[in-house]
Design a protein. Structure first.
Lengths: 395, 1120
């Protein structure tokens, strides 16, 4: 496909690229650019509009973006840059096959594609411990996402994403919610969506939609901002007729906690908080997690130099383009974290947890960061309690 | 093992390592790895086999450890190592500052360098199922599994045969039911198997070892069986004679056994031979002297016909009166083999009476169809075989009473006992111990007068008759046949006048069978006097050899009868072997047989022949039937003619790792002899290895001058990459696939796109096979090759999975012939080509799929890395204990630049323990730079480029060095650079004692000093250091990965996984880290590539792109 094809013109228009004023704030805020990579969102936009013949530049640059949305946050013209990247990738991938530099030799993407097989049988539930209450007839389902898979793949990193999953159910149980956990759910497809594989994203979405329907699920609770985004914002586009309610777990906890009666055991540690891009800039949830942390007595939240809207990416998204520059982004981010004097770096996204852990645990010449990554869900689950004399009461 | 290909030149200069076992292996490894040529001699047939007489070493593992296989391969195939098995050191003499060693190596009949281990030889060996199969595979720990041959001293039967006929082999083949081959074996040495099968005097049977147990083998009868068996099938045929012909004519005078044999062998050798026979019928004594009931006429006729059919011209009725005339007619040589046709006379009164005949006259007339008659009472004078023939003929001619009168007693009768027995059975009467004194009669003979007598054999005079009694006795006779031997007739003919004759009219010849006349030779009874058929034939054969040598410029004559060969004595006769008498031929009853001239013996039946042949003890183990040589074919590993060799080694040092003492002259032991005494250690294997290492280190210092200067590998030859593809299929000498299947696969491959040549190679691991591939590559200008053979991986890393064939493919193709490994895709079809497990269609389908994948792969073949890192010669030794000083001295002797820090300690670490100041006393080589004391801040860098921070005299400085040695305990922590993940397991199987995680940094562990003394430890350390420091270049591994610095996250997971410290993190300009591959440390395993989370590393040849494309092609069924 030519890069001046009508379809691409439509994307440029829909994503407001024509509004670009070439002010350069995007490049100046882009973590990749700041880490030394010769990549500029502004130049990419310009090339596509005025020099669509420079395919080499454009087709390379499209895959450089972390889709963290920091440029978009700053853009005075409201160019929808992340959406632009997502749609362009779909176009390019449909035309030329999947591109971009996939981390882990594309193994994770392959897993996601494998999950599009309708006849697939999965063993998804063996992480459920006896203390976790589930109910196969419940209309509320907890969506564990890729956690069972990640824990296998990243065993060497000692990543424990299932801890988040278990703690999520603990929180729900604490709040008197007994969800069902689906034995045959599929990946939410977020990473495929963002690496241009729209077809397989749609296949996953449809399978999930079918599964939810078959199992009588009305509401999905997820602890993952990416699942939250993919199921909440994108599933209905490819699975017509979906009236699924998608709830982000922390939203639910926040809502319930604010009803009163709940308190937290003290946790006198200094922490800092990594805003996940899918939760913060894409879903607008900056304050909620901070409010929850503020409820834990003794917990001392120190913000990094870049936080909230200005937060810096954990280094990678959709397992694409991980490289020397990603590492620099991460190192810079970890340095910011260390400068806060925090012992823990809290995040609300399993991917942030994985990528941060990866950067923290270089086996050779790793810096002594003295930082431990922890999921916010776990932090809450481990400290939540009913205030003395209070009993749980749901409305 | 023989190194025919590797040895050229005499008295090679090399360190001599003597002994079997791990000590010798380790010493040879250290030396060759350190660039020193080694001759490794072991008495056993294998280097890890215990030497003869040594049952075990107490500290050896019960099973030979497979962990040693890579080491074994590396050493035995190292270009600097000359391995000699079955070799003994005869003497060790101090000379020229070293030792001169005399070695004797037994003949090695299967060349280890050539044998592919295909096993075809075993398949065809007639003795493979016997209790002592001659061919066996090397022990399992020997990675070649090449064949070994057990060939003992030539068997006594064969040695006893004047013709050297290989009785053992034809017995073995007969026992296996392979009659035609058995007869072929006989015909190699004997053109008259039928004649000999019937009437040979069989000296072989007299020599037969089976007689020690029960009775000798019926060898002659088996020979007869084989001939008769063939005769039933069709006419006898001799081997095709040599072509082209030499264009030289040779005349043979006489068609007796000597003449026939000479004519045959000359004809086989390319001469045009004409036999001249005075009588009307050919055969000489075979016809006139031997009766039809012993040698049936059809047998003789068949043999003569075969000889004529093979090209020998036979002219009967042609008396030769002049040898010169024949020469003048254009014959290049004349052989007189006219035998002894004239009877000796008694020279007694009455000998000319009517009725008195002489044996040959009598037999000749009878056998040539003349009129003969004997009276009712016939007396035979003489006790030889001819006398028996005469006696038995007389019976058949109608005599009522036949008496043999002989001077010998029963035990000493010249006639074969069987002849005597059979004659008696038929009614012949013997008067023995009597000599006739006159024959009496009026006109005709009436009686013979005789006296008791015996032979006397004076030392200085001819034998003479001594009479024992004066009493005369007499026997009445109507006929008398005098059979007291014969003489040549040359004295009576003009031919004799041309030649120098000796006693009894015999022809005088020199040791080369030459007569007094140029180009005239003599052989057989005419030279020797009456002998046996086989002796006469042997003489004819010798004469043929002499004539060939004389006429054809000394063409070597392959005479198997000469010089027994083989190694060792026969197996003792097993106690459990039951006694079993020999098989006897059925005979016609005497009453019947004496009525006619039909054969007496009826021959062995097939089952008898089999039964009898199986009695053979197979004394020499290998019977030399040569079936294996033929099966070995173009591989040419087997050669039964090999002889042992004697060689002299000029050894600057000798390592004696043998159980027994070295063969030294009296006096002080040479200073250059280092002992690794396997019996002397009681602890463990590591003790032996450590001591061997110490010996090697000491030897290396004395042999450093033999170290060849290292050169970097030349760049890969530039090849036009036009995609011309060749496919070569190794047939493993025909052992790989069922008949015709490989041809089908070849044609399949030939039809693949771009294939310019598809060819079957008899063996890819054989030098000639590899050369055939190289020739085809050059001739067809191939730029890519698919080779289906034993797969040599481009890792060049002899691991536990490697074997000798794989190694040889690599060495021949890529090292010796210089082909570019990067352009080869090697596939293994072997396990699916076996007919036993797969049907033909299945095999072909599998091969098709394998070839398809290889074809896909071949599109991506390309260059491997060929760089090298230059090495300096700087060695820094930290720690001046005796170990350090010893190492410093040894390294300085080897020409390295040594800096020795006498007292060194790490910053913040412990000071060195008490150092014996003595260590420095006595002075050090002035080339060694000595630093008295220094604090060491740390070691950075890598092999060939270390930087060591040292504080001396209160100031920090940096020393640059190629290698670092830590010889004191307090320094060991320095071996671990910052961030190292700990001591890793080493996978090189080199049993190195001084390596640290940081290649190029060596350390001495306290346990080492429990195994050897500090001086030896220092020498061993120096030996190991020299393996790297003495190299001018460190070769990059051809599969070492490259790092994409843009992608590399500097996480260090590659560093973590690499067991060889081949990946390091280096700081990059952005303040992070980037992985850097130390290519000379890399072994190309690809572990780092797989571990990298972001694919920042990639290797040549097995690149990620290749793997992806192949996987994609397979998944989309693009493969053919």
């Amino acid at each position: 496909m030519e890069l001046n094809a009508p379809e691409i013109k439509r994307i440029i228009k829909d994503c407001s690229l024509y509004l670009c004023q070439e002010c350069g704030k995007c490049s100046a805020s882009c973590p990749r650019f700041l880490s030394g990579r010769e990549y500029s969102p502004r130049l990419l936009a310009q090339k596509l509009i005025s020099q669509p013949g420079d395919r080499a530049y454009i087709e390379t640059a499209i895959w450089e973006c972390l889709s963290c949305g920091r440029c978009e946050e700053r853009c005075p013209s409201n160019v929808q840059f992340t959406r632009f990247i997502r749609e362009m990738r779909a176009i390019l991938a449909a035309d030329q096959g999947l591109m971009g530099h996939q981390a882990h030799d594309g193994a994770l993407h392959s897993w996601m594609r494998i999950m599009t097989a309708p006849e697939l049988r999965q063993d998804r539930l063996d992480w459920l411990t006896p203390d976790l209450k589930t109910d196969a007839t419940s209309e509320v389902a907890f969506f564990s996402g890729c956690a069972p898979y990640f824990d296998v793949f990243f065993a060497g990193l000692r990543v424990d994403t299932l801890r988040t999953a278990r703690d999520s159910i603990r929180l729900l149980n604490f709040l008197e919610i007994t969800p069902q956990v689906l034995a045959n759910e599929r990946c939410c497809g977020h990473d495929l969506l963002w690496s241009g594989d729209v077809e397989n994203f749609a296949a996953l979405a449809r399978l999930n939609h079918q599964e939810f329907r078959d199992r009588g699920v009305k509401e999905i609770v997820t602890a993952c901002p990416e699942c939250f985004q993919a199921l909440g914002a994108h599933l209905s586009r490819v699975a017509p007729g979906s009236d699924l309610k998608v709830t982000f777990l922390l939203d639910l906890v926040e809502r319930e906690v604010k009803k009163g009666g709940v308190s937290f055991r003290p946790f006198p540690r200094r922490v800092t908080y990594q805003d996940p891009c899918r939760l913060g800039r894409m879903s607008g949830r900056y304050q909620g997690p901070r409010d929850l942390m503020a409820l834990i007595p003794g917990l001392d939240l120190q913000e990094m130099a870049n936080h909230r809207q200005g937060s810096i990416c954990c280094g990678n998204s959709a397992f694409l383009g991980c490289d020397a520059y990603s590492k620099r982004v991460q190192v810079e981010r970890l340095q910011q974290a260390r400068e806060t004097g925090a012992e823990l770096i809290v995040t609300a996204c399993p991917k942030c947890l994985i990528h941060t852990t990866c950067a923290l645990r270089d086996p050779v010449r790793g810096e002594p960061w003295n930082l431990e990554p922890v999921g916010l869900v776990s932090l809450l689950a481990e400290h939540i309690q009913w205030s003395p004399g209070e009993t749980p009461l749901r409305d | 093992m023989s190194r025919t290909a590797r040895q050229n030149g005499d008295a090679p200069e090399a360190v001599l390592v003597v002994g079997s076992g791990y000590g010798a292996l380790k010493a040879a490894e250290d030396l060759s790895h350190g660039g020193i040529p080694v001759v490794w001699a072991a008495r056993a047939r294998h280097f890890l086999e215990l030497p003869p007489g040594v049952e075990s070493f107490p500290e050896w593992p019960a099973d030979l450890s497979f962990q040693f296989r890579p080491l074994y391969l590396r050493v035995t195939r190292h270009p600097l190592v000359t391995p000699l098995t079955q070799a003994r050191v005869e003497s060790l003499v101090q000379a020229n500052g070293g030792c001169e060693a005399e070695l004797v190596q037994d003949p090695v009949y299967v060349d280890y360098d050539l044998c592919t281990g295909c096993g075809r030889c075993q398949e065809v060996c007639p003795l493979n199922d016997s209790d002592h199969p001659p061919l066996s595979r090397s022990p399992a720990y020997c990675p070649s599994r090449s064949l070994l041959m057990d060939k003992r001293t030539t068997s006594p039967c064969r040695q006893a045969c004047p013709l050297g006929v290989n009785a053992q082999a034809y017995l073995a083949l007969t026992a296996a039911g392979r009659y035609a081959e058995a007869l072929g074996v006989i015909r190699r040495d004997n053109p008259l198997p039928g004649v000999c099968g019937y009437i040979c005097s069989h000296p072989c049977e007299s020599a037969c070892r089976r007689a020690e147990l029960d009775e000798p083998l019926a060898i002659r009868d088996i020979k007869r069986f084989l001939f008769d068996y063939e005769a039933e099938e069709g006419p006898a045929a001799l081997p095709s004679p040599a072509t082209p012909r030499r264009g030289l004519r040779v005349a043979v005078v006489g068609s007796g056994p000597a003449g026939l044999a000479a004519a045959h062998f000359l004809n086989q050798d390319g001469f045009d031979v004409t036999i001249f026979e005075a009588l009307d019928q050919a055969g000489g004594m075979l016809r006139v002297g031997i009766n039809a009931f012993r040698l049936p006429r059809p047998v003789l006729e068949a043999e003569l016909a075969a000889l004529v059919a093979s090209g020998v011209a036979l002219r009967t009725g042609q008396r030769v009166d002049s040898a010169q005339a024949l020469l003048d007619q254009g014959f290049a040589a004349v052989l007189i083999a006219s035998g002894t046709p004239t009877d000796l006379r008694l020279n007694l009164p009455g000998e000319d009476l009517a009725g008195v005949e002489h044996c040959v006259d009598f037999l000749a007339r009878m056998n040539l169809g003349g009129a003969v008659a004997v009276g009712p009472r016939t007396l035979i004078i003489g006790g030889g075989n001819s006398a028996m023939d005469a006696a038995r003929s007389a019976l058949r001619l109608g005599a009522k009473q036949v008496t043999v009168l002989a001077i010998e007693t029963e035990d000493h009768l010249p006639a074969a006992p069987q002849e005597v027995t059979e004659a008696r059975e038929e009614g012949v009467v013997f008067r023995l111990g009597c000599a006739p004194i006159r024959i009496v009669g009026q006109e005709r003979v009436e009686e013979v007068i005789f006296r008791a007598a015996h032979w006397e054999f004076p030392a200085d005079a001819p034998p003479r008759i001594v009479f024992d009694a004066d009493a005369e006795e007499s026997l009445e006779a109507d006929s008398v046949i005098v059979a007291i031997s014969q003489r040549p007739n040359l004295a009576d003919s003009p031919l004799g006048a041309e030649l120098d004759l000796g006693r009894g009219g015999r022809l005088n010849v020199d040791p080369d069978q030459a007569t007094s006349r140029e180009r005239v030779f003599g052989a057989g009874d005419v030279v020797s006097g009456p002998s046996t058929v086989v002796q006469a034939m042997a003489a004819g054969r010798r004469a043929a050899a002499a004539i060939a040598a004389r006429l054809a410029d000394g063409t070597p004559w392959r005479d198997l009868a000469q010089a027994p060969r083989g190694v060792g004595q026969p197996e003792p006769i097993a106690e459990e072997l039951p006694q079993q008498p020999r098989q006897r031929m059925a005979q016609r009853q005497p009453r019947l047989r004496k009525r006619d001239f039909a054969p007496v013996d009826l021959g062995l039946t097939t089952s008898q022949a089999l039964e009898e042949a199986r009695r053979c003890l197979q004394c020499a183990t290998c019977c030399e039937c040569l079936a294996c040589e033929e099966a070995c074919g173009p591989v040419a590993a087997i050669d039964h003619q090999r002889v042992g060799q004697r060689l002299t080694i000029a050894a600057p040092a000798v390592i004696w790792a043998e159980a027994g003492p070295p063969p030294l002259a009296k006096g002080p032991e040479p200073a250059n002899l280092f002992r690794v005494d396997p019996a002397g250690y009681s602890a463990d294997l590591m003790d032996v290895l450590m001591n061997a290492s110490a010996a090697a280190g000491q030897a290396m210092a004395r042999a450093a001058h033999l170290r060849a200067p290292a050169k970097p590998r030349p760049p890969a030859p530039a090849l036009a990459d036009d995609g011309r593809l060749g496919v070569f299929l190794c047939a493993c000498n025909g052992s790989l696939a069922p008949e015709g299947v490989l041809e089908r696969i070849r044609d399949l491959a030939g039809a693949l796109p771009g294939v310019a040549r598809s060819q079957i190679i008899f063996s890819a691991c054989n030098p000639a096979g590899a050369e055939a591939i190289a020739e085809a590559v050059a001739e067809q200008r191939l730029s890519r090759v698919i080779l289906a053979s034993c797969v040599c991986c481009p890792l060049n890393f002899q691991c536990i999975s490697c074997n000798d064939q794989r190694t040889r493919v690599r060495l021949h193709l890529f090292e010796r012939l210089g082909l570019d490994r990067g352009r080869f895709e090697m596939i293994n079809l072997r396990d699916h080509l076996q007919a036993q497990t797969h049907g033909e269609e299945e095999i072909v389908a599998w091969a098709r799929s394998q070839l398809g994948a290889a074809w896909l792969r071949s599109r991506h073949l390309g260059a491997l890395r060929r760089g090298a890192t230059e090495m300096g010669k700087r060695v820094l030794i930290l720690g001046g204990s005796q170990v350090g000083v010893s190492a410093a001295r040894s390294l300085a002797l080897q020409g390295l630049e040594v800096r020795l820090v006498h007292r060194a300690w790490p910053s913040g670490g412990e000071l060195p323990g008490a150092i014996a100041q003595r260590a420095l006393e006595g002075g050090l080589d002035p080339r060694i730079m000595v630093v008295e004391a220094a604090e060491i801040g740390g070691i950075s860098g890598h092999l060939g480029d270390f930087a060591v921070r040292a504080k001396l005299d209160g100031r920090w400085r940096t020393w640059k060095t190629d290698v670092v040695c830590l010889t004191d305990d307090n320094l060991i922590e320095l071996a671990m650079y910052a961030g190292a993940t700990g001591l890793k397991k080493f996978y090189r199987y080199d049993f190195s004692f001084f390596n640290t995680p940081q290649i190029g940094v060596y350390r001495v562990m306290p346990v080492t000093l429990k195994r050897v003394d500090p001086y030896q430890a220092g020498a061993a350390l120096a030996g190991e250091v020299a393996t790297t420091a003495a190299k001018a270049y460190l070769q990059d591994h051809q599969l070492s990965p490259q790092v994409d610095p843009e992608r590399c996250r500097g996480c260090g997971r590659c560093v973590e996984i690499c067991p060889f410290e081949a990946v390091r993190l280096e700081e990059n300009p952005a303040g992070g880290y980037t992985a850097v591959v130390q290519r000379h440390n890399c072994v190309g395993c690809g572990g780092c590539v797989g571990r990298c989370p972001v694919t920042a590393l990639d290797v040549p040849y097995f690149s990620n792109q290749v793997l992806e494309e192949m996987a994609a092609a397979r998944l989309t069924s693009e493969a053919c």
